[in-house]
Ligand binder design. Structure first.
Ligand SMILES: [Zn+2]
Length: 452
């Protein structure tokens, strides 16, 4: 039987197994003895290993950090690394997030696409290849992590106690495949002397500051002039209120992921620019506008740069006032060919003056495999063979996946180009069509890697 037909005939079986995983609210919980991420991540791992054992895999639990299912023989290991933990099922779901619900081609549930569904696809792809009569002269190992969403400590543990993968992928990104992931740089800016009474906004460092409340002295600006200046920014709404403490400015911008800050509107940045425009003389307003601003390109810190694979992006996520000092978090995504040394050298002359100071907290490495490498080609060819799509090309992204934690893998699917599967959102779904098609792509990818 043709492999696509064979997979199609297994649809209900695959959905049953996916339902058994979706049942668990496997958000990270409080650490317990022997369960580093809490009760539910350990429980869903046990269930996933049970499913794999039922399918004929050898299984191993690595101290509830992660586990794996393995099939085949040989010294080399082809790996598929996915995750069983999820983000909280917030928002307004029209279906129970923990009951797999099928409506026609669409199947709802938290984790269906991110990333429980792809693990089921990986298990079936490996099992079908083993059953096809193709000699498995390399082992295929499906690694199931329990801490992707909050730090990937699961893969640190894997690297400590297990053999490295020879080659493989993480089904936790996009098709056709992701051969580069930008580096990450974190900084924090702080005021030295400021007349701003308080400024607080934003909710996480890795999203654009979408909301901000600022209090400045009454004599800082004429309220109407300030309103006029705020109206000339891209803010979606704002208010200026005279209070006993001074002028209170509430600004609402637009949230966006830190890797794509130009899709958002930074509420703190717009407030700062408006304050400067109305003539409010303040050290930190000047420092913020000149060093951070709203251009999202890092020019104010000497960091503006780009390579053939993308631009540097620069995002202010949180602003906070404590003991009269204002701090602003900065999340930077660095082009894949730019080094840590280049970043330090370029930014050094800009990071401090008498008006403010910026401290580098961390610089993380980027990930890059040449497009013509065997790894990228083995995967991309499988995608093209199954979908016929040659228009969408392998890509570079600003986010980070398991590919940064495990050797010799890149992100490969499951999200098809142009489809929003609502991952991390209410009503996350997968389609049966995609479940079948991705399994076939993964099957061919394993075959390509097995034969190389
Ligand atoms: Zn994920």
């Amino acid at each position: 039987m043709e492999i696509s037909k064979k997979i199609e005939s297994l649809t209900n079986e695959m959905l049953d197994k996916l339902g058994r995983l979706v049942k668990y609210n496997s958000v990270r919980g409080e650490a317990l003895p022997g369960k580093p991420f809490g009760e539910e991540p350990a429980a869903v791992l046990a269930e996933a290993l049970t499913i794999a054992a039922e399918m004929g895999f050898r299984v191993k639990n690595l101290d509830n950090y992660c586990g794996y299912a393995e099939i085949g023989e040989g010294t080399e290991i082809i790996g598929i690394a996915g995750h069983l933990d999820i983000v909280p099922a917030g928002g307004h779901w029209t279906h129970d997030p923990f009951t797999l619900t099928r409506e026609g081609d669409v199947v709802y549930g938290r984790g269906t696409t991110d990333d429980k569904g792809p693990l089921i696809e990986g298990l079936y792809a490996a099992k079908l290849l083993a059953d096809s009569g193709e000699p498995l002269k390399k082992r295929i190992r499906i690694i199931m992590g329990c801490n992707e969403e909050t730090g990937s400590a699961c893969m640190v543990h894997y690297n400590e106690v297990e053999e490295p993968l020879t080659m493989g992928f993480t089904p936790d990104g996009n098709f056709p495949c992701i051969y580069g992931e930008k580096g990450h740089m974190a900084m924090i800016a702080e005021s030295k002397n400021t007349r701003i009474t308080s400024m607080n906004g934003g909710f996480v460092t890795n999203a654009v500051c979408d909301e901000c409340t600022t209090v400045v002295p009454k004599d800082a600006a004429e309220p109407d002039a300030l309103r006029q200046a705020l109206s000339e920014t891209p803010l979606t709404s704002f208010t200026v209120t005279e209070t006993p403490e001074g002028l209170e400015i509430y600004a609402r911008g637009v949230a966006a992921h830190a890797s794509t800050p130009l899709l958002g509107v930074n509420a703190a940045g717009c407030t700062m620019e408006a304050l400067q425009r109305v003539g409010f003389r303040d050290d930190f307003v000047d420092f913020y506008v000149s060093h951070i601003g709203t251009a999202c390109d890092g020019a104010g810190c000497g960091l503006k740069c780009a390579d053939a694979y993308g631009d540097l992006t620069f995002n202010n996520g949180i602003v906070k006032t404590e003991d009269g000092k204002i701090t602003a978090t900065i999340d930077i995504r660095v082009p894949v060919t730019v080094t840590e040394e280049q970043l330090r050298t370029a930014s050094a002359p800009y990071l401090e003056d008498d008006k403010g100071k910026i401290t580098i907290l961390d610089i993380g490495e980027s990930l890059f495999y040449p497009e013509e490498s065997e790894l990228v080609q083995s995967l991309y060819r499988a995608y093209v063979e199954v979908t016929g799509d040659t228009e969408n090309k392998p890509m570079v992204i600003g986010g980070g996946t398991y590919a940064k934690s495990l050797a010799n893998i890149i992100a490969f699917g499951p999200e098809m180009p142009g489809v929003d599967y609502r991952i991390h959102n209410a009503d996350e779904f997968i389609t049966v069509t995609d479940l079948v098609r991705s399994t076939e792509i993964y099957y061919k990818a394993l075959q390509n890697m097995m034969r190389r």
